[in-house]
Design a protein around this ligand. Structure first.
Ligand SMILES: [Zn+2]
Length: 372
């Protein structure tokens, strides 16, 4: 199992950086701060940047940013010496999260957390953990320290805990969901390698199929677009602000230059203090507390539910739950928010499945099963 885990991790590390290119319009210098620097002298300086940049020329700018309601940016510590990392065994026991089991497989020592919320496997050197059948990215790879496996404190509080203990503040008051079909209008997104059908068409179809199913479950569902219209990234967030949505889910499909990659993946905002899984050459300042970071536990809670449902419902390759700061539809949210990539239009067999309405119905049903 660990061999599979690390093979997938290696492949994943090679392939991360793929995907549709239109989820962000930020043009910032490449700055990837060290997360666990060997010396306090290497702590990344705090460089305040606005959470949402000015849209690129020519994009829809008709909707104003909800600036006054945003939380101020707060700098947070990035560097923690290993002595301040969290001992997994003690942390699980003292927080009543379950118990830990030491494993050795193919010479790799690992720890499995056995909990009422499922089993979670961690291994030193791996930024990927496996929880209940799906992969979840950490900010830092766990390390052995004084004979025990340790994790970065923010990984413990913002990734492991929401998986092992559902966050208390699930914002369900009105069950109002904003579904965001990615792209639209002059922004087509990616295209099928088989027949040039466009991502914007498939994301809208996915959302339109999901809406009645979710409404039957008692959700109020608002779509950011219901036709082939242009909508800026900030405009999509503004729809959720105007509706005072409880949850925001953006729908996309992937594509890369190679035909081999396939599978589903899910993104949520990187917690402050950690490096992102994927940066796509955009700035990744780990010291910034962004508005969406107020919902870190809920972001991951919903990401795990939806991602697991997508994997189970479609049988697609699990490409994991990943963290990013460059996706503008996640950065300024005032509610839990995540972004789903429903498959690779550049992979011939997956493009064929995505082109099949029955498969897109499965994608829609996956949302409903995750949001009962
Ligand atoms: Zn997209």
């Amino acid at each position: 199992m660990l061999r599979i885990l690390f093979s997938v991790m290696l492949i994943g590390s090679l392939l991360w950086g793929t995907g549709c290119r239109t989820t962000a319009r930020r043009a910032a210098p490449i700055v990837v701060p060290p997360v666990a620097a060997p010396s306090p002298l290497q702590v990344t300086p705090v460089v305040p940047v606005p959470p949402v940049p000015h849209p690129a020329p020519g994009t829809n700018q008709t909707v104003a940013l909800p600036g006054p309601r945003l939380a101020p940016l707060v700098a947070v510590p990035v560097y923690y010496p290993l002595a301040q990392w969290v001992c997994v065994t003690n942390w699980v026991r003292t927080n009543g999260l379950g118990r830990t089991v030491a494993l050795t497989h193919n010479g790799i020592r690992a720890v499995q957390i056995v909990s009422p919320m499922g089993n979670l496997l961690l291994a030193a050197g791996s930024r990927v953990v496996r929880h209940e059948g799906v992969e979840v990215a950490l900010g830092c790879a766990p390390q052995w320290h004084q004979g025990y496996l340790h994790v970065h404190p923010v990984d413990a509080s913002r990734t492991l805990r929401p998986l092992l203990q559902p966050p208390a503040e699930i914002l369900h008051t009105n069950r109002l969901l904003v579904l965001d079909p990615g792209h639209g209008g002059s922004n087509p997104g990616t295209r099928s390698c088989l027949n040039s059908r466009l991502e914007k068409e498939f994301t809208l179809d996915w959302a339109m199929r999901a809406r009645p199913l979710l409404e039957a479950n008692g959700w109020q569902v608002v779509l950011t677009r219901t036709n082939d219209s242009d909508l800026s990234l900030t405009g999509r967030v503004a729809v959720a602000d105007f509706q005072q949505a409880d949850l925001f889910v953006s729908l996309h499909f992937n594509a890369v230059a190679q035909p081999e990659p396939s599978g589903v993946e899910t993104y949520c905002l990187t917690p402050a203090g950690l490096a992102s899984t994927i940066t796509r050459k955009y700035e990744d300042n780990a010291s910034l507390m962004l508005p969406g970071n107020r919902f870190d536990p809920q972001n991951l809670h919903y990401a795990a539910k939806l991602h697991r449902s997508l994997v189970r419902q479609t049988g697609a390759v699990d490409r994991g739950i990943k963290r990013a700061r460059f996706m503008d539809v996640l950065v300024t949210q005032q509610r839990p928010a995540l972004l789903l990539e429903g498959g690779y239009l550049s992979n011939p067999s997956e493009a064929r499945r995505i082109g099949d309405p029955a498969y897109r119905q499965k994608l829609a049903e996956a949302l409903v099963r995750a949001l009962p």
